[in-house]
Design a protein. Sequence first.
Length: 324
Amino acid sequence: MATKLIVDTDIGTYYDDAFAVLLAARSPEIDLLGVTTVYGDTDLRSRIARKVLDVAGRQEVPVARGIGRPISGHALMFGFEGQNILEDSDGVQDQGWLDEPAPNFLIRHIMDHPGEVTVVTLGAVTNVAVAYLMEPRIAQHVKEVIMMAGVIVPIVDQKGVRRSPVEEYNFNNDPTAAQIVCRSDLPKTLVPIDVTLQIPLRPDQVETIRASSDPVARLVTGILDVWPPQERQIYLSVGIPTEHTGLWLHDPLTVALAHDKSFCEMTPLHISAEFAPTPIERDLLERNDILRTIPRKLEPNMDVAVTVEADRFTDHFTDRMVGR
Ligand SMILES: [Ca+2]
């Protein structure tokens, strides 16, 4: 039976959210109940989600606009959201999303289908945290929450350069929400960036997508055209060494795990979301306001992805983007 899935996303800021929504829309293993938006301008993000679903021929999949303002911290919009996705003629006449807010949408579907609904979070976890505060019983009724977030085993390359950021993005975009979710009894799976930094789209896979006339592949190609400069801007903003920019499929992997955990090796761990003194090499300073995901020798509170079958996953992704 297909996995009932809700994708909660900050689509727009980071290219791969759109790819993740497209993968969910194109996977017969997934029964896509809806897409919810989070973080910053969620009107704009909802318009982008609507457009992406429509291109994939999934006009029936609803979009629910979520919470733009984090419980703590500030939302950052880079200004290129929607580039090469939205056109002037898109969605200005119609709202394109539900009146029901994202936390209510999450609660309703989870409570209506006990034990069946998976929620994948691809941005700040504000919507899930608020849904949990509104209705704590979702913890007993949701199948699982799979979160693209955190850093567990920082990658250091042969030159001694740290490839993983210390300023992890998604949890730190709303650290209070992240702590609520991590400390909750929601069943959780974490897909940290040190794993997703192992799955760049390969040049031959890019060529396969560029050569396809499939409408989804055409949309992906348009995004690929603006990807590198956006990537560089984001890396400079969040402190990742820019020599390690790449076509990383962070969010699509997280979606694929909803129906096939075998793409990754998983291990149960206790991950504590804490503020800890953090040296920022780039800025030559130490900060105390960064939420870290630190393993502790305590009873496991989530499953954590630790390795990934890179070629198998990126081939799977490429096939789905070209309609295979
Ligand atoms: Ca994202």
